[in-house]
Every structure is written in C-alpha cells, then in structure tokens.
Design a protein around this ligand. Structure first.
Ligand SMILES: *Cc1c(COP(=O)(O)O)cnc(C)c1O
Ligand SMILES: [Zn+2]
Length: 410
C-alpha cells in the first residue's frame, strides 16, 4: 500500500490514519490523501490482480492488509444504456443507469460499509456502530456478519420495515430512535465517543467509508471505454457518493490514467422536495446550508436527511457539485413515483423510489435544457426495489379457467 494520511479539508492539518471523525484543530471534515507521485508509475493501480469487484482497486483504498478486507463481492455493477427511457424522455442523448441496486445487500452502501468494516477490523475492533436511514445499516450488518463482528444500528423509527428486517436478519442489534435521521446520527456519535466503537456512519464523519464511493467513478470510466461521462446524477442525503465519485474522476486525471485534456463530469445532486436542505441552499444562491426542520413525509426515505447539527456535510456536497459545473435539483413526490415506474417498466430494474430520483431528474433537466443533446448521462440507481414496502400492486385478478383469459386476446 502506498503512503496515506488524513488531511483536514478546512485547515490542512495532516494526521496519521486512524478512526478519527473530525479535525482535532478546527473540527473540519477529514479526508484520506495518497502519495499520487509515487503511485503514478504503477500499472496495477486499477487492478491489483488479486481481488475482484470493488477491491480490484485495493491500491486506491485505505486498508493496509489484504487479510483485513471484508467483502461480499460488491462493486462492478452493470452500467446499462437505457434506450427505452431515452425515447420516453425524448432525449437525443445517451442515458446510462449504474445499477448499484445489484450490490450484495441491495444498495450502493455496500461500498462504504465494506471499506468501513474492513478498516475497523484492521484497527482491531470487535463491534461497530452506525446511524442510517436504512440501507447503510443493512449493509454494515451484512459485512459485520461476514467478519464475525457485532453491529449496533440506530435508525429513525419511520425506516421502511424491509430495511429494518434485513439488518436484524444479519444479526445486528437494531435500535429505532424517535424522530428523524439526525437524532439517530447523534446517538451513534455519542456511542462512538463513550464506548470507543468505530462509527461507520456513511456521512462524511468516517473518512474511510467516503473513500469507497470513488470506486463507482473508476468503474463508470472503465465501462465507458475509458471515457468520462458528461454528467452524473446522484440522489443526495448528505452527499458522500457525489463527493467520493468526483474525487474518483479527479484521481483518474491526477494519476495520468485519463488524458490530461479530459473534461470532468458535471456532478448533479438530487433531493426530494420534502427534504432538500442542500438543494434549497443552491436555489437560494448561498453556500450556507441550513438544517431542514420542517416535517418530512416522503417515499424517498434513503435521502431523507435533515442534516441538523452537521450542516457542513451538505456544504461540502454543494461546493463539489458547483465546482464540477453541476447543480442541485429536486423532484416532487409524484415525480419520484413516476420515475420509479418508468425505470421499472422501461429498463427491467426494480428500484426503491429514492434511487429513481437520479433518473427522473435526468429527464427533467434534459427537458429544461440543463443537460445538452448528445451528452453521456449516468444516473446512479442507488437502491433495490426490495427495499421499499410502500407499493400498492396492481396484479390481474385470479383466474379459474382459460375462458377467464379472454381479455388477453380481444
Ligand atoms: C444513502 C442513500 C443515498 C444517499 O447517499 P449519500 O451518499 O448518503 O448522500 C441515496 N440513495 C439510497 C438508496 C441510499 O440508501
Ligand atoms: Zn482542521
């Protein structure tokens, strides 16, 4: 492994790697940095020739020993061109879906959880704690089961039953917390502080987990035959997937893997109208994000994060989206359900409504002229349809004989 260090994104303070959650000097967000100069000549940077899936990028990830890697085969998810959706949206552009729903526990959170639990194992922990809107806790629970570690999960009481059931099935201690996601977040932080359990919450608090998200960018680039997409759309809670993927694209340039004149993609974050602290700041032309204290009722539970008490996370995401030439946008509840239906009927991918926001927003922004004709568009389909139990099905009625099938051949 190449030399790595933790660096404060605000004041530049450098630290050794370790389970740290904030800069000891200024409280800023920590990031892991690498010795890119030393790495440049290594032909195996994007394929260690030992691991498969996401871990083929092990040289670019902050786990020292291969023995500590806890994996279930995450990553290397399909990137699917979706012509029927392009036609539906009237797009003369290339729309691709990155099917992160096909990760082992059914969401992209398997990436941060795999790295977070591996790092915790490397540091000798037997138990981790996590706060989650559902998918990250199911993922952390799965990787802990794999590693033989204990997992304590704090989730909002309103979390979809399918996600709660999944985390419990893997053997995690699942603790529902009254109120919104931010309340669960603070409980997990308090446990990490009092009891020393590594906190693998997948906001920006754990610098290891954020690193994992960049692997999705390497994959997209490889799957587009080593080309950058023009834009990437991502459903946003606090935004580590957006920030992590942008870092991944930047690293391809820094390391000389992508040609120096490659244009980095515009990163576009999508929230639900019911909970959009980051998009609100974008629309109000301010870099200051305010926590969302209005009541929330949304089908997009996976991105229902009010950011109360850690607004800085949203500010980092907003800054990254803007710097990349992208933006923040939102969908209404009706638009989210409509997008999920289109994804399912036009692509064959079963998705949780949260994840369809990235597809619906692609259609909307193309219609508004924000995304240009001819663009290569990647929408991150972050979660599986099995993660959402709020659906009303419209199956056909039960039949008794062939005569009842007459309606199929009018
Ligand atoms: C967690 C989650 C998100 C949001 O990701 P962040 O990187 O935390 O902003 C999006 N979609 C789904 C399905 C999720 O579970
Ligand atoms: Zn600092």
């Amino acid at each position: 492994m190449y030399e790595q260090r933790m660096v404060c994104r605000s004041c530049g303070k450098q630290l050794e790697l370790g389970m740290r959650y904030a800069c000891p000097v200024c409280g800023g967000i920590l990031e892991i940095q690498y010795d890119y100069e030393a790495m440049k000549k290594d032909p195996r940077l994007l394929d260690d020739q030992i691991h498969t899936g996401m871990w083929k990028y092990s040289h670019m990830l902050p786990v020292k020993s291969g023995e500590n890697i806890v994996t279930l085969g995450e990553g290397m998810t399909p990137l699917l061109r979706c012509e029927r959706l392009e036609a539906e949206y009237g797009m003369d552009a290339e729309l691709y879906i990155k099917a992160e729903s096909l990760n082992p526990s059914g969401s992209f959170k398997d990436r941060p959880s795999s790295v977070g639990v591996s790092a915790a194992k490397e540091l000798g922990a037997g138990r981790v704690v996590i706060a989650s809107s559902g998918n990250a806790s199911a993922a952390a629970a799965a990787y802990c089961a794999r590693a033989g570690m204990e997992c304590v999960v704090f989730i909002p009481e309103s979390t979809d039953v399918s996600k709660v059931t999944q985390a419990a099935a893997y053997g995690a201690t699942v603790i529902p917390v009254a109120g919104n996601y931010s309340r669960s977040y603070h409980m997990a932080c308090e446990c990490a502080k009092r009891f020393g359990w590594p906190n693998v919450t997948s906001t920006f608090i754990n610098p290891y987990t954020v690193e994992a998200d960049k692997t999705a960018a390497y994959e997209v680039w490889e799957q587009l035959e080593r080309h950058m997409p023009d834009c990437v759309l991502i459903p946003i809670a606090s935004g580590p997937l957006l920030v992590g993927m942008y870092k991944g694209f930047q690293e391809l340039l820094t390391l000389g893997l992508a040609p120096a004149d490659s244009k980095l993609p515009a990163m576009i974050g999508v929230q639900s109208e019911q909970c959009m602290p980051v998009t609100r700041a974008y629309l109000e032309h301010t870099s200051k994000v305010r926590g969302w204290d209005a009541p929330i009722s949304t089908v997009a539970g996976g991105i229902s994060d009010p950011l109360i008490g850690y607004e800085g996370d949203g500010e980092l995401t907003l800054k990254t989206a803007v710097e990349s030439g992208g933006c923040m946008t939102f969908l209404t509840e009706t638009e989210i359900l409509e997008a999920a239906k289109l994804v399912e009927t036009k692509t064959g991918l079963y998705c949780e409504p949260t994840s369809a926001t990235a597809v619906g927003a692609a259609g909307k922004l193309f219609a508004e002229g924000v995304i240009a004709p001819g663009a290569k568009i990647v929408s991150m389909l972050t979660g599986h349809g099995f993660k959402y139990s709020g659906r009303t099905s419209s199956v056909c009625r039960t039949v008794e004989s062939m005569e009842d099938l007459a309606y199929l051949n009018p």
